[in-house]
Design a protein around this ligand. Structure first.
Ligand SMILES: [Zn+2]
Length: 150
């Protein structure tokens, strides 16, 4: 599986959100004991969230570019022959025609990364873990339906 298939931002809807001013990520969580009440600005409906303090780091999924080549194009790698046989494709590829916005940083080049000593950090890791398992299952399904070259 390609690392781009795992690109994922826990601090975005529907999982959570991020406050740039306080550098705090919030995971929406109605059940956990660590959840606190939060009042969104838009309306007065209270939601339950787990706050996690963060710092910004260069996005690891796009290396800070904000975009990457659509993994459907080169998930399994491209060879010199792929480009040699199709110069138009090569030109398009390198000009960024197949680039899509990074799913992790949403084109912002940096991402909030939880502080290691935050008491709630395991909620973050659990969410990431769940997403990776979901991505692995999806990958297995695609391979089943379309073979290894999907
Ligand atoms: Zn990114």
């Amino acid at each position: 599986m390609d690392h781009r298939d795992l690109a994922f931002d826990p601090f975005s809807k529907p999982h959570g959100f991020f406050n740039n001013r306080t550098m705090t990520g919030y995971l929406i969580d109605d059940d956990s004991e660590a959840a606190i009440e939060y009042y969104p600005d838009e309306d007065d409906k209270v939601i339950m969230v787990v706050p996690i303090h963060c710092h910004m780091e260069v996005c690891p999924d796009c290396d800070g570019r904000g975009t990457y080549v659509n993994p459907n194009i080169d998930r399994h790698g491209l060879t010199h022959d792929d480009f040699a046989e199709d110069p138009d494709f090569a030109e398009s590829y390198f000009s960024g025609v197949y680039d899509i916005r990074c799913e992790n940083c949403h084109g912002q080049n940096v991402v909030p990364v939880p502080d290691e000593n935050d008491p709630n950090i395991h909620y973050y890791y659990e969410l990431i873990q769940g997403h990776h398992e979901y991505a692995a299952e999806r990958d297995a399904e695609m391979r089943y339906m379309y073979g290894s070259n999907y």
